[in-house]
Design a protein around this ligand. Structure first.
Ligand SMILES: Nc1ncnc2c1ncn2[C@@H]1O[C@H](COP(=O)(O)OP(=O)(O)O)[C@@H](O)[C@H]1O
Ligand SMILES: [Mg+2]
Length: 436
């Protein structure tokens, strides 16, 4: 506090110079010091009520006002609205108590902009011990504040980028995991194929053998009339508790059911192979319906709880494509459709052909896409879903895959009614004419 008192005393001394020695020289020195100070700092003098009595040129430059505009006005005209009332209460309490106040102040410039300064306000205390003037000396730190804000903004941007990087890394790990899962599935499918193959063929043979056996049994039954009593008795004993008619029927049913089961296993294995084939990223001529059927089977679990599935397939020519990649596109569209269902509805998968082009459409009766979102849905990481449900990468990856085929994805959505995605693909790849 001694500093503060000193400041007050000194100012008082300047206000009423009593020294006898070289007063003119002192005045000249003081004027010179004042001039130097004026060149560097922003300075105002206000009366006890805060009415501006003096504003130096630098203050005028910093705030955009002329000194005529300022003098006679209360300091309040510079209030930026940034500081809370307690801030000014503290300032006034300090200076009215005859103490020096230090702080960072934000003024509003004439053009509405902000002007920041490190400020020191010194009360000039009269002989009654009360301040009758306040001298405010400031250093402009607006540029510093602006740089600080820019730094904060770019720091926030960096944080956001870092977060995205983390997500991308996660996604990469995820797709690596998927790729190795795909490899595993392809391996398992290959291993299962073999035994399932011979079970299937054995069941066919068994069915034929049984038919033969029953034919022979029928012949024996027909011959029963001519058999002697002892043979018939032995036969009756062997057949006791046995219903041959039931056996004949049930064995047929058992064989049929088992073969149906095996056919289903074969289908699942085929779907797994079609879907996860890691080796067929090569271009090939393929029927999109095969890929769609496999994908629908894979997605079936997710779809059947959400909606009724309608297939409306038109005739399709084979097209030159990377089938596995396109399956991923169809899967993304199907899962999105299922996730858009707030209440039971339908998901329709349509296909069709135009000269040189084929299209595949997935239409749902779900919640639709808000107009404001439509422009963003293909952006990486754009998602309206919760963590775990969505990554926001499905459509951006799909867009990339379709573009890689020289195709395009169209979207038509009515909020509250549903959404239709249509994937257009060229039949032949111009640059791959040699393939096939
Ligand atoms: N069929 C659809 N119905 C409604 N909104 C959809 C549909 N498909 C995509 N969207 C919107 O597009 C966003 C991005 O989709 P996508 O890239 O697949 O990422 P994710 O499904 O992981 O959110 C979704 O979060 C959703 O808001
Ligand atoms: Mg998705």
């Amino acid at each position: 506090m001694s500093d503060n008192n000193l400041a007050s005393v000194e100012t008082e001394r300047r206000a009423t110079p009593t020294e006898k020695s070289a007063p003119t020289q002192l005045t000249a020195e003081l004027a010179m010091q004042m001039f130097a100070l004026d060149q560097h700092v922003i300075m105002t003098i206000a009366d006890a009520e805060g009415v501006i009595l003096y504003a130096n040129e630098r203050f005028c430059e910093a705030t955009g006002y002329t000194s005529q505009e300022l003098i006679g006005e209360n300091h309040r005209i510079l209030n930026s609205g940034i500081h809370p009332p307690e801030f000014f209460a503290d300032l006034w309490n300090t200076v009215k108590a005859g103490k020096v106040w230090h702080g960072t102040l934000c003024n509003r410039r004439k053009d509405g902009g902000h002007q920041w300064s490190e400020s020191t306000i010194v009360p000039v205390v009269g002989s009654d011990g009360k301040p009758y003037q306040y001298v405010a000396v400031r250093t402009d730190i607006t540029r510093l504040k602006e740089t600080e804000a820019a730094l904060r903004a770019s720091n926030a941007k960096l944080h956001e980028l870092n977060r995205r990087l983390g997500e991308a890394q996660n996604q990469l790990l995820q797709s690596e995991k998927l790729a190795s899962l795909g490899q595993l599935a392809a391996g398992v499918a290959h291993e299962i194929n073999n035994p399932v193959g011979y079970i299937n063929s054995n069941l066919g043979t068994l069915d034929n053998y049984l038919k033969d056996l029953f034919r022979v049994l029928e012949a024996y039954q027909a011959a029963e009339a001519g058999m002697d009593a002892e043979t018939l008795k032995a036969l009756a004993k062997a057949k006791a508790g046995m219903d041959i008619e039931f056996l004949r029927e049930d064995m047929g049913d058992l064989c049929r059911e088992s073969r149906e089961g095996v056919t289903r296993v074969t289908q699942i294995v085929q779907d797994l192979k079609n879907f996860s084939r890691v080796d067929d990223v090569e271009w090939q001529w393929a029927d999109l319906h095969d890929g769609l059927e496999s994908t629908l089977n894979i997605a079936n679990n997710e779809l059947k709880h959400a909606a009724e599935l309608v297939k409306d397939f038109g005739p399709l020519p084979e097209i030159q494509c990377r089938m596995t990649r396109l399956n991923q596109v169809f899967l993304n569209l199907l899962i999105n459709a299922a996730q858009a269902m707030d209440k039971p509805g339908t998901i329709t998968v349509r296909t069709g052909v135009e000269p040189e082009w084929v299209w595949v459409e997935v239409e749902d009766t779900g919640r639709g896409i808000p107009v404001d979102d439509i422009g963003n849905i293909f952006d990486p990481f754009f998602t309206t879903k919760t963590v775990g449900q969505g990554t926001g990468l499905g459509l951006s990856l799909s867009h990339g895959i379709v573009a890689d085929h020289g195709g395009r994805i169209e979207v038509d959505s009515k909020p509250g009614k549903g959404t239709r995605f249509r994937v257009w693909l060229p039949v032949a790849q111009q640059e791959l004419q040699s393939i096939g």
